[in-house]
Design a protein around this ligand. Structure first.
Ligand code: ASP
Length: 593
């Protein structure tokens, strides 16, 4: 029987599962989806039918509909029947459709399913590798479906906000010339010019700047970016950014636009409104007070500089560091009653993070300090310390004396270890501003702190004191994660040349590598600024996911492989020959393994 055929085509459904409601009781409808969670009761079969909208319970009597006997998990079916209220006491308050069911009298199996590698609607989470191998099944799970939907709605909210502000969506190429953005390029060999390579874009950076030269006033793109970086838990080889650039524009315009974009996304996914403008903090302040350039400001425990207190101290561990140009800093970890072994674990952690040691102690009821270091400190120093860290009786105070860099790293991490809230219920956005133009590597070599197209605040200062120079770069931080960065760009080719020079890139090398770009700057380039925000990370946080892989439809594993397709794979020797590529013995051996 095929009662619902329309114009010779089968009609698979007349309604989505989630629309089966009490108001429609008595109506005859047809649904299509997958068989989830089946149970047999007194000769009658119950199963949940899952489609893209949700679940509804179906009841069928196999005596009446024999096809029901053969149903297995995840069979794809089309089923017709009458909507009816569930019997008294049988409602399921956890389900939108929990007060009704479909009494089926016709059922067609559209396609069968093999036995499943994991149960889709189970409470226990399947192992991730298996989920990725069977991503097509994993995506049927409600949580993943919600994440896919959130991603689509977030993208729509971004587009709507930017379109309303007259931004133009422009695509830029993915086969490009290698450009320097700090990471390793992914290369694509050219067949027609064997021996030459394209790079996949680390971001559309230079193309969006060229769009500004090209007279595009406001640009955006939801752009895929590729960076061949070592694996870290929250990184993927390819990821997606909302990329934006504007001409005759500066930092304030960028901030205002991204605050609107982010607020629209949060309103769409969380249904809550954000307070804008977001707070701002300088890079120097962030490092001093939070030990990092991406502070989690959902909680206090701010780090304080205590150097002034210990000027002329008798405590060798502090005086030696201070004499050496180092710092003494600490924070108040709040009231906590740590056992001896708890304290030892903290010291071990500090050492593992690179500190020479950790001075810790608890404020006692008299306001003095219960610490093995206390005997080396004067009463004034202890009182000053307690006051500087707002210590109340019972508070644990933690101090590190070391170089500013090590102190920041260690205290910043200990602060997170001890205070970071679980989950992401609260959203604390923060702009970090006034980054340095350059970072100094061991050995004194300078590298761009953002990328080499970032404008310094003061060109003269950059020329004279590059190590201290401040740039017009900014980052957006959410709950301690960097969501994105941007900057006002260099639009003067002469300044661009100077930056390359400070970076140790000779005029010839600059010409060879970026001549094509610098040439464009010479044709009436408008002042411009921009920003790019990582969509994967924003979504993971908004969806309460700990891994960005759970908001990416088809992600790679943490080691860059795809268990579903098996990529990366060896290729046919003929393909390599065509490209003029031969593998070194080492590479061939790795491939074999
Ligand atoms: N292209 C930069 C990045 O991907 C962002 C920007 O400066 O707009 O980090």
């Amino acid at each position: 029987m095929d009662p619902t055929d329309v114009a010779g085509e089968p009609q698979y459904r007349t309604l989505l599962a989630v629309d089966v409601s009490e108001a429609k009781a008595g109506q005859r409808v047809r649904l299509a989806g997958w068989v989830a969670r089946r149970r047999d009761q007194g000769g009658v079969y119950f199963f949940d039918l899952r489609d893209s909208s949700g679940l509804v319970q179906v009841v069928v009597d196999p005596a009446e509909v024999p096809a029901a006997r053969d149903l297995r998990m995840e069979y794809c079916i089309s089923v017709e029947g009458i909507i009816r209220p569930r019997p008294e006491g049988m409602a399921n308050p956890d389900l939108i459709t929990g007060r009704v069911e479909l009494a089926a009298d016709d059922l067609r199996v559209l396609s069968k399913s093999e036995p499943l590698p994991f149960v889709l609607d189970a409470r226990v989470e399947p192992e991730e590798r298996l989920r990725l191998e069977y991503r097509f099944l994993d995506l049927r799970r409600p949580r993943m479906r919600a994440n896919l939907r959130a991603r689509s709605r977030a993208a729509a909210a971004m587009r709507d906000t930017l379109n309303d502000r007259d931004f133009l969506e422009v695509e830029t190429p993915t086969l490009i010339r290698s450009t320097p953005e700090g990471a390793r390029d992914m290369l694509v060999p050219s067949r027609l010019r064997a021996g030459s390579f394209y790079a996949l874009p680390q971001s559309p950076q230079l193309f969006k700047q060229l769009l500004m030269v090209g007279g595009v006033d406001r640009y955006y793109q939801i752009a895929r970016c590729y960076r061949d970086e070592d694996f870290r838990s929250d990184r993927q080889l390819e990821f997606t950014q909302l990329d934006v650039e504007g001409a005759f524009w500066g930092r304030e315009g960028v901030f205002d636009t991204f605050e609107a974009v982010v607020a629209a996304v949060v309103a769409e996914l969380r249904g809550s409104s954000l307070v804008v403008p977001f707070p701002r903090m300088t890079y120097a302040d962030a490092l001093l007070r939070y030990g990092t350039d991406k502070p989690d400001v959902r909680f206090g425990m701010e780090i304080r500089d205590l150097g002034d207190l210990f000027e002329g101290t008798e405590f060798r561990a502090f005086s030696a560091v201070l004499d050496d140009g180092g710092v003494v800093r600490g924070f108040n970890a709040g009231a906590r009653d740590l056992s001896r072994s708890g304290l030892d674990a903290l010291v071990d952690r500090a050492k593992a993070l690179g500190a020479r040691g950790l001075v810790s102690g608890a404020v006692d009821p008299e306001g003095s300090w219960h610490s093995s270091a206390a005997k080396f400190l004067s009463a004034d120093e202890v009182a000053g310390l307690t006051a500087a860290l707002d210590g109340s009786p019972g508070d644990l105070l933690l101090l590190v004396a070391d170089s500013a860099r090590v102190t920041a790293e260690v205290l910043g991490q200990l602060r997170l270890d001890l205070g970071k809230p679980e989950g992401h219920d609260d959203l604390s956005f923060l702009w970090v501003i006034d980054f340095p133009v350059f970072d100094e590597l061991e050995g004194g070599h300078l590298v761009p702190s953002h990328h080499p197209f970032t404008s310094p605040v003061d060109v003269k200062e950059m020329r004279e004191r590059p190590r201290e120079a401040i740039s017009k770069a900014y980052d957006l931080v959410l709950n301690g994660s960097e969501l994105g960065s941007g900057s006002v760009r260099i639009h003067d080719p002469e300044v661009q040349r100077e930056v390359f020079e400070i970076l140790g890139i000779s005029a010839e090398e600059a010409e060879r590598r970026f001549g094509w770009f610098v040439k464009a700057l010479r044709y009436g380039t408008p002042p411009h600024a921009g920003f790019a925000m990582g969509i994967d990370r924003l979504l993971a946080i908004l969806q309460h996911e700990t891994s960005i892989r759970d908001v990416i439809p088809f992600p790679k594993t943490q080691t860059g492989t795809d268990p579903m397709t098996g990529s990366p794979t060896e290729v046919d020797p003929d393909q390599l020959a065509e490209l003029g590529i031969s593998l070194s013995e080492a590479a061939a051996a790795t491939d074999d393994g």
